[in-house]
Design a protein around this ligand. Structure first.
Ligand SMILES: *[C@@H]1O[C@H](CO)[C@@H](O)[C@H](O)[C@H]1NC(C)=O
Ligand SMILES: *[C@@H]1O[C@H](CO)[C@@H](O)[C@H](O)[C@H]1NC(C)=O
Ligand SMILES: *[C@@H]1O[C@H](CO)[C@@H](O)[C@H](O)[C@H]1NC(C)=O
Length: 356
């Protein structure tokens, strides 16, 4: 049903990076202490984790895949952007039933083309220190890749797409949100999944605690020896489930698959993931959707009802169309729940109803 091509895309990334304020972790005891520090209610203590910022320019390469429907007219290109613990497994899980769990497959079936990529430090994309990989450099990567795709590069023989939608999950949504705040003409549409702008209920901090974070390279040297100690991961499948899944709306075998194919997150991702800098309303004028699982823990402290639009609607007041969906029967890892397909339909129905 689709034809795909893989790319390795060289980029020069200039960003203003926050500097990690503690010594680099040597042992799991250091990580345990870091969890104590980030969860401290005293902002002066939690604030000690960052000691300034620096402008950095670095070269990197990003591995990307572009897929388009094998037949029929192609008029649309959608971009996907990365989230925390999984790689290709999240948008297009190789070993799962694609008719249920693959957003890419669904989008292709609706006539969209899809460009998606591995985040920095994951898969074939460049390896950088976990003390460096953070929101600022991700925004730069996303913005540059979007501009390249809009020029018709890295999209097979598609040519210049006439419409571009940016789709992210979790950290990827933060990057999309900040990218269109800063560059208002970057996209025609944005879809922010596993995300919220209601700061009252953001809970990235306790997420680190619930995940029982461990140093990835120590947990599985076979998989992650190349990563420095700034890359962290969930302690086991149950802590993964505590954050990403909601009973009874998932298949435990899928949770096991998620744990087996998970990818670590950098310590600076944890610290910058929910750093929403822009104030409402954004100047961005395209179409916008926030769709998060009703039971999302990191962004809604377990209940997204009535908070995604407050103040989401205020941020997106100037847009052509805005919709907030608290999607029932799922936890933070929306795409891995039994009803994932319904959320894919919500997304493409909303886009096509608004000319995308
Ligand atoms: C792209 O890379 C993936 C992962 O390495 C591989 O499974 C797939 O076959 C490649 N696709 C093409 C079209 O080369
Ligand atoms: C760092 O970059 C920002 C813009 O991103 C600029 O305003 C600032 O002056 C730069 N700082 C230094 C020390 O170059
Ligand atoms: C979050 O949503 C609740 C419920 O709608 C609202 O009372 C609260 O003011 C919102 N928080 C922010 C920071 O807007």
């Amino acid at each position: 049903t689709k034809t795909c091509r893989n790319y390795t895309i060289p980029l020069t990334v200039a960003s203003n990076n926050l500097i990690f304020g503690l010594p680099k972790f040597l042992t799991e005891f250091d990580v345990a202490d870091w969890v104590d520090v980030i969860t401290n209610r005293n902002p002066a203590i939690a604030g000690s984790l960052i000691c300034g910022a620096e402008n950095v320019t670095a070269k990197c390469s990003i591995s990307a895949t572009f897929c388009q429907p094998a037949k029929g007219e192609i008029t649309r290109t959608r971009r996907l952007c990365w989230w925390l613990p999984m790689v290709l497994a999240y948008w297009d899980p190789p070993a799962l039933d694609k008719s249920k769990y693959s957003f890419v497959e669904h989008a292709i079936s609706q006539g969209y083309s899809v460009f998606y990529y591995d985040r920095l430090g994951v898969g074939e994309s460049s390896l950088v220190s976990g003390y460096v990989s953070q929101l600022s450099n991700r925004i730069s990567i996303l913005t540059q890749l979007t501009k390249l795709v809009k020029q018709g590069l890295y999209v097979g023989d598609l040519g210049k797409p006439d419409k571009v939608v940016l789709l992210g999950h979790n950290f990827g949504s933060s990057a999309v949100f900040e990218a269109v705040s800063a560059d208002i003409g970057l996209a025609d549409g944005v879809v922010l999944t596993g995300f919220s702008v209601n700061k009252t209920y953001l809970n990235g901090i306790d997420t680190g605690e619930a995940l029982g974070v461990r140093i990835a390279a120590l947990q599985s040297p076979k998989k992650w020896a190349k990563l420095d100690s700034g890359y962290l991961t969930s302690v086991d499948v149950y802590s993964n489930v505590a954050i990403f899944f909601k009973a009874p709306d998932y298949d435990p075998a899928i949770a096991g698959y998620s744990e087996a194919t998970k990818q670590p997150a950098s310590v600076m991702e944890f610290l910058t993931s929910q750093a929403i800098g822009a104030n409402p309303p954004l100047k961005y004028k395209g179409v916008a959707m926030i769709i998060s699982s009703k039971f999302d823990f990191p962004w809604c402290t377990g209940d997204c009802d009535a908070i995604l639009e407050n103040p989401g609607a205020e941020y997106f007041r100037g847009t052509k169309a805005f919709k907030a969906v608290s999607y029932p029967g799922a936890g933070h890892g929306l795409n891995l729940h039994l009803n994932a397909k319904g959320s894919f339909e919500e997304i493409t129905d909303f886009l096509s109803a608004n000319g995308l």
